[in-house]
Design a protein around this ligand. Structure first.
Ligand SMILES: O=C(O)CCC(=O)C(=O)O
Length: 270
C-alpha cells in the first residue's frame, strides 16, 4: 500500500485527495515542452483532438485528448507506477485501465475558466461511475492562474447532466439546489497544486476553476483511470473516443486504445 487508511477515508469522504510530488520539476518541464510540441503540430504522431474548449479567443482553454497516443513521454506517464498504484488503491481494484487522458492548458492572460461539472455525465458510454482521475500540474497551479476547485462530498450526490451546475461572476458554483441534499452547505475547496505534484478526484465530484489572467500559463495533464470492471454501455449519446472501442456493448472496456496499466500489484507490461 502507498496510501494510509486515513487517506483512503479522506478520498471517500471528500471526493478528492491531494497527494504531493510525483515527479521532479525538470520531468514536469519536459512534459510541458512535449505538450507545446503537440499543440504546435511538431510531434510525430497526432492525439485524438486539440481544441479550444470555450471557442473564444479571449478565454482560451486548450484541451488535448489522448496525448499519450501522440508522444512517448506522455505514454510513459500513463504507466507511472506510483500514480497507477494510488489509483488502484482508491478504486479498490487489481486492474486499472485508461479511459482517456486530457491536457488542459490555460495560457497566460487569456486563459479561460473551467465551468462547474462532473466528469462521468460527459462519459455516457461507460458504466459504472467508479473512475478516478490523476491530475498533475505541469506549472504551479494557483487560484491566480486558474487551478481547479472541488466541491467537497459532492460525489455522493449522484450524477447530474451537464448544465445543471452554473457559475457566478466569481467562478463559484450556482447549482440547481434540488440536486443537493437538503441542508447541505456547498463547500468549495480551491486546490493549488505545485508543478510535478498530483491530486486525484472521483468522477462524480463537482469541480471548476477561474480563468487565467496572470503572467504564467497553467498546463496540466489528467489521466482518467477506470477499474477493471468498467463496461462499454452506450446509452444514446456518444463520446469522442467511442470510435476506438472494439468490444461489444455490455463487455468490459479494454483494447489497444484503453490500455491496462496496472495488474495484480504491478505496472502492466507495455
Ligand atoms: O484542468 C482543469 O482545470 C480541469 C480538468 C478536469 O476537468 C478534469 O481533469 O476532470
Amino acid at each position: 500500500m502507498i496510501l494510509t487508511e486515513s487517506q483512503i477515508a479522506e478520498f471517500k469522504d471528500l471526493g478528492f485527495l491531494k497527494i504531493g510530488r510525483i515527479m521532479s520539476v525538470s520531468q514536469a518541464d519536459e512534459l510541458r515542452e512535449r505538450m507545446f510540441s503537440v499543440i504546435e503540430g511538431r510531434a510525430e504522431n497526432k492525439p485524438e483532438s486539440v481544441t479550444n474548449l470555450t471557442g473564444q479567443e479571449e478565454n482560451v482553454v486548450v484541451q488535448i485528448v489522448n496525448i499519450w497516443e501522440a508522444d512517448d513521454l506522455f505514454r510513459e506517464h500513463i504507466y507511472n507506477a506510483q500514480i497507477c498504484q494510488i489509483a488502484a488503491e482508491l478504486m479498490d481494484t487489481d486492474t486499472v485501465r485508461v479511459w482517456h487522458d486530457q491536457v488542459q492548458y490555460k495560457p497566460p492572460k487569456i486563459g479561460g475558466p473551467t465551468t462547474w461539472h462532473q466528469d462521468h455525465p460527459y462519459w455516457p458510454v461507460i458504466q459504472p461511475a467508479d473512475l478516478v482521475s490523476a491530475w498533475v500540474a505541469l506549472e504551479d497551479a494557483t487560484v491566480q492562474n486558474g487551478c481547479m476547485s472541488m466541491v467537497a462530498h459532492s460525489h455522493k450526490w449522484g450524477p447530474h447532466k451537464g448544465g445543471t451546475i452554473g457559475t457566478d461572476e466569481n467562478y463559484l458554483p450556482t447549482p440547481d439546489m434540488s440536486l443537493v441534499p437538503p441542508g447541505t452547505k456547498i463547500d468549495v475547496v480551491p486546490c493549488e497544486v505545485k508543478k510535478g505534484e498530483v491530486m486525484f478526484h472521483h468522477c462524480l465530484t463537482w469541480h471548476g476553476g477561474p480563468p487565467n489572467r496572470s503572467d504564467r500559463g497553467r498546463p496540466a495533464i489528467a489521466v482518467h483511470y477506470m477499474p477493471g470492471h468498467v463496461r462499454y454501455v452506450p446509452e444514446g449519446s456518444t463520446h469522442l473516443v467511442e470510435h476506438n472501442i472494439e468490444v461489444k456493448p455490455g463487455e468490459i472496456l479494454k483494447g489497444k486504445h484503453f490500455p491496462t496499466v496496472w495488474e495484480n500489484g504491478h505496472v502492466a507490461a507495455h
